[in-house]
Design a protein around this ligand. Structure first.
Ligand code: SF4
Ligand code: SF4
Length: 481
């Protein structure tokens, strides 16, 4: 068995547990290769193993945490048969202190894979490399299972607009699911328009036709009890009833939530107009909206998340921003952890990440950075400089609610129509949750007393005919803080 030390070689080793960063040599069980926080590979000898058991290696590198499954794997290889944990570790007494000290901490593995383009062959290879550390597609789907692929199909835009998940990403996942013997199908409920039309424009329909894959529009819903604050949800039946769900978000900025990635993409499981109702219910409270998204996520966690971050969207996302080359695929089982890593790659501060902040309050698994194990590439290696955020629009930066309600126009960002671009198509008016938009004398008028600053109008306007302006006082405050 051959091991070379270097970044890519891990992928070819026989090791296939959920963490790949520590691999034990079968021919020399005391020589362990691992990747430390600097993503450099080294050799830990028997002495070093002994040293970390004695806690001499910094806890910051999380080595003891990722090491445990590797030990199990090694023991299984050496012994050649399954044993109980006690039996396993009794044979290697120097691991017992490690077990006693750490127990079985829950680690969330997120893999970063670099790939620069959407070429079919390149993407297919990148996807295989991406999933290898997680056990490959076969670890997530099984023969005969119906597997829902849930891309971001926000609106009818061409793939180069970076609004929707790229069709070649969908194709690569379809092929891998099929190879694992399962039956893939694609489903969503777009923000505007019919699914068929959106899928056609964004290139996914062609992929489905070529691969003989079914497209399912989320129209029928099932009622499910909420896991927390919200008592009841109506979620798309195909989403809830699929044997497996693979979430395929597009990494983008988002006017309301700052970033949309794995958790936010699941809002598509709310059927059609139900989305408007949820916006209305959460109102201006972004944390409440974030909590609703996290509750949807908890009701049916995807089995796997694969983020299309090859070309992401920066600036005025999620539909009017600019494509930005990030060159990454990101995968992980835990959608919260995937989002945390994606935000880190983009360099977005937690103060703007409502989902992350609320997930922290709810103590959801995967939100603690120390519980996330990143492999493939280090976040530092993949980080994007100067990623442009959406025109900021925080309505509740430390403002007491009663205050924000009364003087919010001065403190908050708000949408405004750009008459030259507006075609008076009515899409924003129909989608506006509180009905704050109307047409008067052939122009669009927004009632700012009713407007809840959800920015659905901007998200859905096909003409980018709505700008965003910060409240005057907000502008002044931001100058000085
Ligand atoms: S702002 Fe956009 S969505 Fe609204 S009416 Fe004008 S063109 Fe249509
Ligand atoms: S006007 Fe736009 S931002 Fe305001 S509530 Fe309506 S959709 Fe939301």
């Amino acid at each position: 068995m051959c091991y070379t030390f270097g970044d890519r070689v891990y992928r070819t080793c026989v090791y296939t547990s959920t963490t790949i960063d520590a691999a034990v040599f079968v021919d020399n069980p005391f020589a362990v290769s691992f990747r430390d926080c600097t993503n450099r590979t080294g050799i830990v000898t028997c002495t070093a193993v002994d040293a970390f058991v004695r806690n001499r290696i910094s806890q910051d590198v999380h080595l003891p945490l990722v090491y445990l499954p590797d030990i199990i794997y090694w023991v299984e290889n050496i012994i050649g048969k399954k044993k109980s944990l006690e039996e396993r570790f009794c044979r290697q007494p120097f691991f017992i202190p490690l077990l006693c000290r750490k127990g079985f901490p829950e680690m969330h593995h997120v893999v970063l894979e670099k790939t620069s383009e959407y070429s079919r062959v390149e993407l297919r290879n990148a996807m295989t490399r991406l999933l290898a550390p997680l056990g490959g597609m076969a670890a997530f789907v099984h023969p005969g299972e119906r597997v829902l692929l849930k891309p971001n199909l926000l609106s009818a835009k061409t793939p180069d607009a970076a609004v929707t998940t790229h069709p070649e990403v969908v194709r690569a996942v379809i092929e891998l699911v099929r190879e694992a013997g399962a039956i893939p199908f694609v489903g969503d409920s777009p923000g505007i328009g019919k699914l068929q039309r959106v899928a056609e424009k964004c290139g996914i329909l062609q992929v489905l036709v070529e691969t003989g894959t079914e497209l399912v529009e989320f129209t029928e819903s099932v009622q499910v009890d909420g896991p927390g604050l919200f008592k009841r949800f109506e979620l798309a039946k195909p989403y809830f009833e699929a044997d497996r769900v693979i979430n395929l978000p597009k990494l983008k900025t988002h006017g309301m939530m700052t970033m949309t990635c794995a958790v936010k993409n699941l809002f598509g499981a709310v059927v059609g107009a139900g989305k408007i109702a949820w916006h209305l219910r959460a109102g201006e409270d972004r944390e409440l909206f974030a909590q609703m998204l996290l509750e949807i996520y908890q009701l049916r966690k995807p089995d796997l998340n694969i983020v299309d971050a090859i070309t992401a969207m920066e600036g005025d996302g999620p539909s009017g921003g600019d494509p930005r080359q990030v060159g990454l695929l990101i995968a992980g089982v835990n959608a919260v952890a995937v989002d945390v890593v994606a935000a880190e790659v983009l360099g977005i501060s937690k103060k703007y990440l409502y989902l992350e902040r609320v997930a922290e309050k709810l103590a959801l698994p995967g939100v603690e950075r120390s519980s996330i194990h990143v492999s493939g590439y280090l976040v530092g290696e993949a980080r994007i400089q100067d990623f442009k955020l959406p025109p900021l629009s925080d309505v509740q930066f430390g403002l007491p609610r009663f205050l924000s309600r009364h003087i919010r126009h001065y403190f908050t960002a708000y949408p405004f129509p750009i008459p030259k671009k507006c075609k008076l198509c009515g899409i924003c008016r129909d989608a506006c949750p509180p009905g704050a938009i109307e047409f008067r004398d052939d122009s669009l008028v927004i009632d700012y007393q009713r407007c809840i600053r959800c920015f659905c109008c901007r998200e859905l306007c096909p003409e980018h005919a709505l700008g965003v302006r910060e409240g005057r006082l907000l502008r002044i405050i931001k100058k000085y803080i």
